[in-house]
Design a binder for this molecule. Structure first.
Ligand code: AHR
Length: 307
């Protein structure tokens, strides 16, 4: 028989025998920290051993971590790819070793979808569209051009590509929306601040900043205030994530709208691991449920916000 049938003939392992290797992107944002904590807690609660590595936003580190999990013969590998492309070689190595791979949070761009058993995470294009829809509504009565700065996430990362795409699709339907500058802030607060500082000098008349995550939006707030302007009023800000610091800024009127992206993927990842262990086939694509927040909704949600 095939190696596959040998494995399933061995039957499911007990949970305390299972070992999962998780290769995380890094610790670039409040979202990422919440995601790491949630995943570690869920595996602890389930009594499943989790090996964890932090790639510091570098694909080469992540590939090394995955190779080391293959070498250690873990039962399942899960990872959130730093960028979309360049995974086929290492994922084929995992496949050859008969180790199932689960994508969490971010997708890979590959022709071969047999390289992973399941992809659990948000629909980033939809998030970009929701941000764009708010902008369209906010400026519906304006006939003047609306000048927008976009703070992009990590170059080549699925959420950066897709959030730009969804936003452009919705705002692109009306010529008055002009993305006057678009640069990466690498999903960090420091990056958002630095890029905004520079871009405000070349685009002093900007109306709105669309940041691909809260942290870059929070960095933009610092840059706007340093320039003697009022974030949320002189320059409006729309972000994605809805982590506590972002929600506080929204409640304070410094951010105007946030599209939620949930980092709480731990329990669902544990479920997928259990299904794989039981020889079941998990859903190929599991989309996270998410909402959006206005200022009033943020004020209401803040006291119970988990992250
Ligand atoms: O992949 C999800 C994105 O990565 C989050 O929106 C961002 O904050 C994080 O760094």
């Amino acid at each position: 028989g095939t190696t596959d049938s040998v494995d399933s003939a061995a039957g499911p392992k007990s949970l305390d025998e299972l070992v999962v290797g998780f290769a995380q992107v890094g610790a670039e944002s409040g979202w990422r920290t919440a995601n790491t904590t949630d995943i570690q807690t869920a595996f602890e609660d389930a009594g499943i051993e989790l090996k964890f590595s932090d790639a510091q936003q570098k694909q080469e580190n992540q590939i090394k971590a995955i190779r080391s999990y293959i070498q250690q013969g873990v039962d399942v590998i899960a990872f959130s790819p730093v960028v979309e492309t360049g995974w086929d070689a290492v994922l084929n190595e995992a496949k050859a070793a008969n180790i199932p791979v689960v994508l969490t949070d971010r997708a890979v761009d590959s022709q071969d979808d047999s390289l992973y058993v399941s992809f659990l995470g948000s629909d980033f294009i939809e998030e970009g569209k929701k941000a764009g829809e708010w902008v369209v509504e906010e400026y519906k009565d304006s006939t003047d051009p609306v000048k927008i700065i976009q703070l992009e996430g990590t170059t080549g990362a699925a959420p950066a590509i897709d959030r730009a795409e969804g936003f452009a699709e919705v705002t692109g339907a009306d010529d008055k929306f002009e993305i006057v500058a678009s640069q990466t802030g690498d999903f960090t607060r420091a990056g958002g601040k630095q890029v905004t500082e520079a871009l405000l000098k070349s685009n002093p008349n900007v109306d709105l900043i669309y940041a691909h995550n809260d942290d870059m939006g929070l960095g933009a707030i610092e840059a706007i205030e340093a320039a003697g302007l009022k974030p949320g009023e002189d320059i409006k800000i729309v972000t994605v994530d809805a982590v506590k610091d972002g929600m506080q800024a929204l409640a304070d009127g410094k951010i105007n709208f946030i599209v939620e992206c949930s980092p709480l993927l731990g329990k669902q990842l544990v479920d997928i691991v259990k299904q794989v262990n039981d020889g079941e086939t998990p859903e190929k694509r599991i989309i996270t449920e998410e909402t959006t927040f206005t200022q009033e909704q943020a004020i209401e949600a803040l006291p119970d916000r988990q992250y």
